[in-house]
Design a protein around this ligand. Sequence first.
Ligand SMILES: [Zn+2]
Length: 84
Amino acid sequence: MNLWFAHRAAEKLKKLKNKTRCHRCGLYYEKHLRACSHCSALDDLQLDAIIRKRRSFRTKLGIGMFIGAVVFFGLILLGAIGLR
Ligand SMILES: [Zn+2]
């Protein structure tokens, strides 16, 4: 199992070595490209809208994960209390 994770980490590192991070959008693109494939065709307003959308999605995902964790541990607690 650990070997599999090490292999995956090495693969990711290898992929990242061929990529560079865009200073505009923060995503990675191939080094051989002159401009970012994600945002070079977008103007500043469009890029700002996409970045806001991404941020909003991450926030909602974080809140959802937190609520899921609270419900999960609440159910475990209820199960532990119910066993007594
Ligand atoms: Zn970009």
